[in-house]
Design a protein around this ligand. Structure first.
Ligand code: HEC
Ligand code: HEC
Length: 279
């Protein structure tokens, strides 16, 4: 499945993004047909900063719009429970220490955590609190618990600007943003494409039935229909890296946290939409 998908991707990219390479890959009718624009595709405006929402079909958009239909809300509700459940050696809940956590807290990540001496995102902060402060079983980055808590806190900030903290970043974060920007613009993988080649140069083109968006991060974690689950921004990064046949980075790695910091700055002005719904 992965290799069929990958070869399909290569053919379609060759067809749309790299016309010069066209002669080197076989084109079949099936493959070129799957690349034609879908009827419900909205018309993106190239020069705007736009949420990925505008690149989804109206069916998917309406799932996101209605909290009763949005499957991601299940994780938000579970996350609220986890936040209030006592756990760990001290039998404390997140809420025991964080009764007054601001609804906007999700907008402040990634940021420098002085205790850890490292830039953290919301999920690695939660992982740190869970094991160090709550003294409970560590949770994996993409576990249901981590996703639910991340979605709950991000949803608390829904409608707020996603970019607090990154517009005038302290030096440590500035470095992270710079490193992330470098990753974004670097070509990689067998297809030799950068994030920028797709999410800047090819915005509005079709790729395997997807309308290529600007690759913004303001809806994460998202419910993705293809995953049948909620998933993190880093899982999406991995899917894109694997899509160009590059070695993906680890979930929660510094490289992806830096990339996340860069995307937040690049998408300045967008509002948080968690949990967004994607195809
Ligand atoms: C070959 C083209 C291609 C490359 C290269 C690529 N992506 Fe993507 N990316 C896609 C497609 C297709 C989607 C799904 C449709 C969409 O939302 O744009 C996507 C989705 C995304 C999304 C989700 C946007 C949303 O609103 O849900 C993010 C974030 C993203 N990519 C970031 C990246 C980053 C960071 C890189 C580099 C590490 C990268 N992409 C490289 C094609 C690409
Ligand atoms: C025993 C107290 C305690 C518990 C329990 C605890 N935390 Fe924390 N949390 C802290 C402290 C102290 C900090 C700041 C220092 C640090 O990051 O180590 C913090 C920082 C945070 C921050 C960043 C706040 C900000 O303004 O930047 C978030 C978000 C957070 N915790 C979420 C959680 C979640 C979710 C849980 C439950 C899994 C949890 N915490 C459990 C003590 C706790």
């Amino acid at each position: 499945m992965r290799s069929a998908a990958a070869s399909l991707l290569i053919v379609i990219i060759a067809n749309f993004l790299l016309p010069a390479a066209r002669a080197t890959v076989p084109l079949t009718n099936t493959l070129s047909a799957s690349a034609s624009a879908s009827a419900s595709a909205p018309a993106p405006v190239a020069s705007l900063i736009q949420s990925g929402y505008h690149f989804q079909s109206s069916d998917t958009q309406s799932l996101q719009d209605d909290d009763f239909k949005n499957p991601g809300m299940l994780w938000v509700d579970t996350g609220r429970q986890y936040f209030n459940d006592a756990a760990g050696l001290k039998n404390q809940a997140c809420a025991s220490c964080h009764e007054k956590l601001a609804s906007s807290v999700a907008t402040t990540f990634p940021k420098m955590n002085q205790h850890l001496g490292a830039v953290v995102n919301l999920t690695t902060q939660i992982q740190h609190c869970r094991s160090q402060h709550q003294q409970a079983e560590p949770i994996d980055y993409e576990s249901e618990t981590a996703l639910a808590l991340t979605a709950f806190l991000a949803n608390q900030a829904r409608g707020q600007r996603a970019d607090h903290h990154v517009l005038a970043p302290p030096a440590t974060l500035k470095q992270a943003v710079e490193d992330g920007g470098r990753y974004f613009n670097q070509r990689r993988g067998q297809l030799n494409l950068s994030c920028n080649n797709c999410h800047q140069d090819s915005v509005g083109k079709m790729l395997r039935g997807d309308l290529i968006s600007e690759g913004q991060s303001n809806g994460y974690p998202i419910y993705r229909l293809e995953w049948q689950s909620l998933g993190s921004l880093h899982r999406r990064f991995r899917a894109c890296d694997i899509g160009v046949r590059a070695q993906p980075q680890a979930l929660g790695s510094d490289t992806y946290i830096n990339l996340e910091a860069y995307l937040k700055q690049r998408g300045a002005g967008l509002l948080i939409e968690t949990p967004a719904v994607r195809r």
